[in-house]
Design a protein around this ligand. Sequence first.
Ligand SMILES: [Zn+2]
Length: 81
Amino acid sequence: MKCKEIVKELADYLDEDLDATLKKSIEEHLGKCQDCRLVVDTTKQTIQIFCNSEPAPLPAETRNKLHHALAKHLHHRNVTP
Ligand SMILES: [Zn+2]
């Protein structure tokens, strides 16, 4: 699992909309990669603020913006895939 793949699956991961194998791969990566852990934690907190702590799926537009922002973030930090 690479950082770029984490970003790709992040929205589904946070929605708990992944199969168990993929979820496990992501969690393994998060255990090793501080950058991705930070991104996941920040995103989780942001979603909780937006949704007022109520579980709600991310709207498609938010997902797209999120993906775009994260991809840009990873690119800027020069994280090699
Ligand atoms: Zn990573």
